[in-house]
Write a protein that binds this ligand. Structure first.
Ligand SMILES: Nc1ncnc2c1ncn2[C@@H]1O[C@H](COP(=O)(O)OP(=O)(O)OP(=O)(O)O)[C@@H](O)[C@H]1O
Ligand SMILES: [Mg+2]
Length: 246
C-alpha cells in the first residue's frame, strides 16, 4: 500500500489460520492500522491480493467485506455517541438483515420478527460484555473503558469470522487492560473467532498470541512465535532505536 511516495506497507504477507490469535506489533507509524484499513476496504491496496476463505476481497466496499465476515474496532473509538449503547449494537445487526427494504417500510410481520431477533441478539451481546446496565445510556456518556468494550460488542454484532482489534486496551489502566485481555481470549473461544490484534503492551501480546507479525517502516521484520520474536535482534533494534540506546 503506497500513499503517493510513501510505502506504508511493502511486500506485506500474512496468512491466518482459522481460530488463530495473531499479534500485529511495531513502532508508531509502522503501518499496523494501514493493514486494517486495507483489509476492511477503507483503502484499496496499490498491489497485491487479499483472500478470505478463498474469496477475493480486492475492490469490495467496506460493507461488503463486513458481510463476508471481517469486523474491526478503531484505534480512536468510533461510536454513535448520541445513540444508546443498545442502538450502537443494533446498527450492525440491522446491517446484516436480508429483508427487502419494502418490508421494513411497511412494517410487515417479517420485519417485526427480524427486529425482535436483532434485539435479542443485541441484549445477549450486551450481557456477555457486562454492558447491560448501560443499555439505554448514550454511548458518548459511558466511561472510556466501557466505550472500548462497546466497540468490541458492536464488532461482534456483525458476526465476524475475523476480528481486527486496533489497540483495544489503549487508554485503559493496567487492571482494565488485564481484564480486557482475558475477556478477549474468552470471546475468541466462545465465538470461534480468528483475531488479529494490534497492541503495544508486550506482556499481553506475548502472553495471548500464538504468532506475531512485527512491522517497521512498512516492512515485516519478524513473523514468528512470541518467544522467537522477543529475542530477535531486528525487533529489539526497531523498538530501542538504531543504536539501541533510546
Ligand atoms: N491516508 C493516508 N495518507 C497518507 N499517509 C498515510 C495514510 N494513512 C497512513 N499513512 C501513513 O502510513 C504510515 C503508517 O501509518 P499507520 O497509521 O498504519 O501506522 P501505525 O503502525 O498504525 O502507527 P500507530 O502505532 O501510531 O497507530 C504512516 O507514515 C502514516 O502517516
Ligand atoms: Mg495505528
Amino acid at each position: 500500500m503506497s500513499f503517493g511516495g510513501l510505502m506504508a506497507l511493502n511486500n506485506f504477507s500474512l496468512a491466518l489460520a482459522p481460530g488463530e490469535l495473531h499479534g500485529l506489533i511495531g513502532p508508531n507509524g509502522a503501518g499496523k492500522t494501514t493493514v486494517f484499513n486495507v483489509l476492511t476496504g477503507f483503502y484499496q491496496p496499490t498491489e497485491g491480493e487479499m483472500l478470505l476463505n478463498g474469496i477475493r476481497l480486492n475492490g469490495l466496499s467496506p460493507p461488503a467485506i463486513s458481510r463476508l465476515g471481517i469486523a474491526r474496532t478503531f484505534q480512536n473509538i468510533r461510536l454513535f455517541e448520541e445513540l444508546s449503547v443498545l442502538e450502537n449494537v443494533l446498527v450492525p445487526l440491522h446491517g446484516r438483515s436480508r429483508l427487502p427494504v419494502w418490508q421494513a417500510v411497511l412494517r410487515t410481520p417479517g420485519f417485526w420478527r427480524e427486529e425482535r431477533r436483532a434485539r435479542d441478539q443485541a441484549w445477549e451481546l450486551l450481557a456477555r460484555l457486562a454492558l447491560q446496565p448501560y443499555a439505554r445510556e448514550p454511548a458518548g456518556r459511558l466511561p472510556y473503558g466501557l466505550q472500548r468494550r462497546l466497540e468490541i460488542a458492536r464488532a461482534l454484532a456483525a458476526r465476524p469470522q475475523l476480528l481486527l482489534l486496533d489497540e483495544p486496551a489503549a487508554g485503559l489502566n493496567p487492571q482494565e487492560s488485564a481484564a480486557l485481555m482475558s475477556l478477549l481470549s474468552a470471546l475468541q473461544q466462545e465465538y470461534s473467532l480468528t483475531i488479529l490484534l494490534i497492541e503495544h503492551n508486550m506482556k499481553f501480546v506475548m502472553h495471548l498470541c500464538e504468532r506475531l507479525t512485527v512491522l517497521d517502516h512498512g516492512l515485516i521484520i519478524a513473523q514468528d512465535a512470541p518467544a522467537a520474536v522477543r529475542t530477535d535482534p531486528r525487533v529489539i533494534r526497531a523498538y530501542l532505536g538504531a543504536d539501541g540506546s533510546a
